[in-house]
Design a protein around this ligand. Structure first.
Ligand code: GTP
Ligand code: MG
Length: 148
């Protein structure tokens, strides 16, 4: 089954949106297979956002993502990578549709509440970066027979 890496960023944790975000993914029908509240180190931040290292806002991005605890998660389900990106909304909350996390709760691009992997390759990379294999569980939920 497909897996993706989802993270409530420091602004989302501070604004008490962890429960709301978990709730949305649970109700959609996806399965949580790993989760932890953690402080991202400078080194992990630079690795995670490596693709943006030449961007003018890279320093700001690293400072922001290390500015407080994040809630890191791995979610599983059919087409979960693309679905999660749709549930998050566009990168800039001012362009994100209502009904999406960023559209409903965000205002500025620098504090856009949630991260989600953007491809199967980045999902694999980010899951391995944030989680040890023994932190990910494999289990069946009875409700899945009503989803699939
Ligand atoms: P992530 O899920 O966080 O990776 O967002 P994304 O995939 O929708 O966007 P992208 O990977 O292109 O950018 C990564 C993050 O950089 C975004 O989520 C924003 O928080 C931040 N970012 C993008 N553009 C700007 C900008 O112009 N200024 C600032 N401060 N941050 C930006
Ligand atoms: Mg991205």
């Amino acid at each position: 089954v497909e897996k993706t890496f989802i993270m409530v960023k420091p602004d989302g944790v501070q604004r008490n949106l962890v429960g709301e975000i978990v709730n949305r993914f649970e109700k959609k029908g996806f399965t949580l297979v790993g989760a932890k509240l953690m402080q991202i180190t400078d080194e992990l931040a630079k690795e995670h956002y490596g693709e943006h290292k030449e961007r003018p806002f890279f320093g700001e991005l690293v400072d922001f993502i290390t500015s407080g605890p994040v809630f890191a998660m791995v979610w599983e389900g059919e087409n979960v990578i693309t679905s999660a990106r749709e549930m998050m909304g566009k990168t800039n909350p001012s362009e994100a549709a209502l009904g999406t996390v960023r559209g409903d709760y965000g205002v500025t691009v620098g504090k856009n509440i949630i991260h989600g992997s953007d491809s199967p390759e980045s999902a694999e990379r980010e899951i391995n970066l944030f989680f040890h294999s023994n932190e990910l569980l494999s289990y069946n939920k009875q409700v899945n027979t009503w989803i699939y």
